[in-house]
Design a protein around this ligand. Structure first.
Ligand code: GTP
Length: 396
């Protein structure tokens, strides 16, 4: 236990989280992994493939212009805290031609172009909602009102409202029982962070271990005086979990941009970091922290876990972990140089996940060892959750 003032202490005091989360009816796919399935629907040119490619294949938004029309269902897999299978469907698909029971999907995302206020997309959405409600009432129903950046603020809100209203009216016309259907509407665009934020919220409903991850983030924030912390998937830049304080879009955007910058920076050092980088894609080099924010002379660097420092956790914590051999870069940048100042920190947690946290600069500089210590225990907790999740998904 670290000697610290009550306002910031060691994360090691957190509750153990090694409980097996329930598998929420996910189906095993071809690779023997129980993947959570997401259905991506919408009319032709609504933006379905663009959404999938921008989020999970790092396609620059402008290049979505060159995507070809989807002629048949394409299943994309993506591994993060939970393994996903995203079905990108052609625009003319119907409940019948889907050729798969809706009961096997955890989420349906219906994409509507925000300028498309006509009958056709609404009818199609309503058709799928009705079928989903009959076959799988637990399915999350999400509507992405997409290409939102194309409209001015007032028109954007008005079209969003009209689409929402028309869908609700049509459902009520069919039967009053559809009043109970829980529909979640999001304004999205590939040209800003709204898509990432919306998809992150969709993902949160699918992660059984979310409360444990949030718990760890809350403990980390309380013990490190952090006003906000996110656990991000590094490649997709979706946030997997955050602490209990409200998410403000500006902070989220800032973290997203910083992560994007580190991702592009990391590839420049691919050959220099050798084997370690093979295991940890899309991460900054070990020198990133010093190049972005000077490390105080007495501070430890988390980029070399083998260096004994005041922040090295007790041997019983690290020796039994396979992750001991991995390499965990960290980075930081000063957001407000003036006093008291805020620092944004990045710590890699698993090969796919990174902790991004806001810290008062005085805490970051003055109590750096304690922050690093807390990160080590946070990492232990997250890795444990990921292992339990992986074991459950692989039928182990
Ligand atoms: N302005 C704007 N255009 C977008 C956005 N997302 C996608 N697009 C454009 O919309 C067009 C259609 O995108 P796709 O991703 O091919 O649409 P789709 O729904 O997969 O289309 P189909 O394969 O025909 O079913 C492309 O020209 C994209 O560049 C967005 O957020 N804003």
């Amino acid at each position: 236990m670290v000697n610290a003032t009550p306002s910031y202490a060691a994360t090691s005091t957190s509750t153990p989280i090694a409980q097996r989360p329930p598998l929420n009816g996910h189906r095993f796919s071809g690779d023997g992994v129980a993947r959570t399935k997401i259905l991506l629907l919408g009319l032709r040119r609504a933006g379905k493939t663009s959404i999938q490619q921008v989020l999970f294949n790092n396609l620059p938004p402008k290049q979505t212009f060159y995507l070809e029309t989807t002629m048949r269902i394409v299943k994309h897999t993506f591994d993060t805290v939970i393994p996903l299978e995203i079905w990108d469907c052609p625009g003319n698909i119907t409940v019948e031609t889907l050729n798969a029971p809706l009961s096997q999907f955890s989420t349906m995302i219906f994409v509507i172009d925000i300028r498309d206020l006509y009958n056709q997309p609404i009818s199609k959405l309503v058709e799928f909602i009705v079928a989903a409600y009959q076959d799988n009432p637990n399915m999350s129903l999400e509507v992405f009102v997409h290409k939102a950046e194309k409209l001015q603020e007032d028109d954007k809100i008005e079209n969003f409202r009209q689409i929402h209203e028309r869908v609700s009216d049509r459902l009520l016309d069919i039967s009053p029982e559809y009043e109970q259907v829980q529909l979640n509407f999001h304004l999205t665009s590939v040209y800003d962070h709204s898509l990432h934020e919306a998809f992150s919220k969709v993902l949160h409903k699918l992660i059984d271990s979310l409360p444990y991850l949030e718990d760890l983030l809350n403990v980390f924030c309380a013990n490190s005086q952090s006003p906000k912390a996110f656990l991000f998937d590094t490649t997709s830049r979706l946030y997997i979990a955050t602490d209990a304080s409200p998410v403000d879009s500006a902070t989220y955007n800032l973290c997203c941009d910083y992560l994007q910058m580190l991702n592009s920076f990391g590839t420049l050092y691919k050959s220099a970091t050798g084997n370690a980088r093979k295991q940890l894609p899309a991460t900054p080099p070990p020198s990133a922290s010093s190049s972005l924010s000077p490390i105080p002379p007495n501070a430890s660097s988390s980029s070399d876990p083998s260096t004994p420092t005041a922040t090295t956790p007790p041997p019983n914590v690290t020796t039994h972990r396979p992750s001991r051999d991995l390499f965990y870069p960290s980075a930081s940048t000063s957001l407000h140089p003036s006093t008291p100042g805020t620092t944004l920190t990045y710590h890699l947690i698993t090969p796919q996940l990174a902790l991004l946290a806001l810290l008062p600069t005085s805490v970051y500089e003055g109590r750096r060892g304690l922050i690093e210590f807390n990160v080590v225990f946070f990492r232990e907790g997250v890795q444990e959750i990921c292992e339990v999740e992986k074991e459950a998904r692989c039928g182990g």
